[in-house]
Design a binder for this molecule. Structure first.
Ligand SMILES: [Zn+2]
Length: 469
């Protein structure tokens, strides 16, 4: 009798466990079915085109990717295909930022009842309209030339990304043969080719970081900063080593120090402000934080000064030492300076459209703002200093009619390599609210290598948005 009772208790327990397990599984299946079914590990569903799939189109409704007879068919223009590699992927799961992979459920029309091969009459496949302009992306790729790097432009009022290009890239119709360690077969030209550098890379910022040091100084010194003078003799001894500048600027004040990009001035600012204040500003500007751009988590920018001596702290204030920034984060910061301290989060998805041409999620893609990254007054002072920099150093004729506020950077990267060339900024004209970031790796001076790219791309972007209004 005793044995029978024991057995019946064990059996009841087993049944109970089974029921609980089944319930948990069913619950998870309902919640996660989309992700499970369309995981890149399900090779038959991911990447490769299904018999039915929506199209991906650009802001002008140029078809970028569609499925014809079960095959992925890209735009016929080689430059468009290459420039959009990191946005559209190549059908494999190598490029983690590919929109068709991230929006599989919408594009391939997966649903819980019918799975991924939903009957055509249910209209389950949707088209994805991007905010990108494919011709503008193609231009940015041409201008980057053979350099590795990244270019991005967005409308800081609406959040629409118009241009997003990362190099190196390749034609998705003709992917290179790349071995498991990514570079041996294909050579250095393809080093890091699967990385979307706008979203997933960080770089030494060089002088564009002086904008971050400026925010800290404006927040702490207010209007008095304008009159703060440091003396630049081209070199200054501090504990730990020498801070050097490309020129001897003599006695120099804030606005001119930014315009002339004086290292001695900004190193002294950082040392006077101290590591706590610098760390606090970096934190509030979004360092050590990731942003979500249409399901893509950006790589975090990082600022470390906790262990720094004066020498390191000084260099950290001019964008060297251990400073690392992500291009998309820099674009968001430009948006915040242009937009009174709060940035509109950039986005690439314009609409998701059903076959019956009904905009399904228009409402979901309203603009989303960051919290306040810097006080409005700080943004205003910095904006005017960046405007002064363009007018008094780079030359306003570079960006005709756009009232551009900007800063270049030339980031030393060691190993006898040429520095990375940077330019970041925005147009302060009401009609052309565009922010941009350009980085051209190992290309020398920012003003020589990055500024011409920014100039061409921004001018064309301005035409795109004034035309579409
Ligand atoms: Zn100097």
């Amino acid at each position: 009798m005793k044995n029978t009772r024991k057995r019946s208790i064990s059996l009841s327990l087993l049944v109970l466990l089974f029921v609980v397990g089944l319930a948990t599984f069913t619950f998870k299946l309902i919640i996660n079915a989309n992700d499970w079914a369309l995981s890149p590990f399900n090779k038959h569903l991911s990447g490769v085109a299904l018999n039915s799939s929506g199209k991906v189109i650009d802001r002008n409704e140029v078809v970028l990717l569609q499925s014809i007879n079960g095959k992925r068919v890209y735009n016929s223009d080689l430059g468009v295909r290459k420039s959009l590699l990191h946005t559209l992927g190549d059908g494999s799961s190598h490029i983690s930022t590919a929109i068709p992979n991230l929006y599989r459920a919408e594009l391939y029309g997966y649903n819980f009842i019918t799975g991924a091969n939903c009957p055509h009459f249910l209209n389950s496949c949707k088209d994805i309209k991007l905010t990108l302009d494919s011709e503008l992306c193609k231009l940015a790729l041409e201008k980057l030339g053979s350099a590795k790097g990244a270019v991005a432009v967005y409308n800081y009022k609406t959040g629409e990304i118009l241009c997003l290009v990362s190099t190196p890239c390749y034609d998705p119709n003709n992917p290179p043969i790349i071995s498991d360690n990514l570079s041996t077969n294909a050579g250095d030209n393809y080093d890091g080719v699967y990385i979307n550098r706008v979203m997933s890379a960080t770089y030494t910022p060089g002088s564009i970081f002086k904008l971050i040091t400026s925010v800290c100084a404006i927040d702490n010194f207010g209007e008095k900063l304008e009159d703060k003078v440091f003396n630049c003799q081209g070199k200054e001894k501090v504990s730990g080593g020498d801070i050097t500048c490309l020129s001897s600027h003599g006695n120099i004040k804030f606005k001119n120090a930014l315009t002339r990009s004086c290292n001695i001035y900004f190193a002294n600012l950082a040392m006077e402000l101290g590591k706590e204040k610098m760390l606090h500003t970096a934190q509030s500007l979004g360092f050590n934080k990731s942003f979500n751009i249409n399901k893509i988590q950006t790589k975090q920018s990082s600022y470390e000064a906790a262990e720094a001596n004066d020498y390191n702290l000084g260099w950290s204030g001019v964008g060297q030492y251990k400073d690392l920034v992500n291009p998309m984060h820099m674009l968001i910061l430009m948006g915040a300076i242009a937009n009174k301290g709060k940035a509109v989060i950039p986005r690439m998805i314009g609409n998701i459209i059903s076959e019956s041409s009904v905009d399904l999620f228009t409402g979901n893609y309203d603009k989303v703002e960051t919290e306040e990254l810097m006080p409005e007054k700080t943004a205003e002072i910095l904006k005017s200093a960046m405007r002064y920099t363009v007018q008094n150093n780079y030359g306003d004729s570079m960006f005709k009619g756009l009232a551009v506020c900007a800063k270049t950077g030339t980031a030393e990267v060691g190993e006898n390599k040429l520095p990375h060339a940077w330019m970041v900024g925005f147009s302060s004209e009401e009609k052309t609210p565009l922010a941009f970031v350009v980085i051209s790796e190992n290309s020398g001076f920012g003003i020589r290598a990055a500024a011409p790219i920014a100039q061409s791309v921004l001018q064309k972007a301005a035409n795109v948005i004034t035309k579409s209004k």
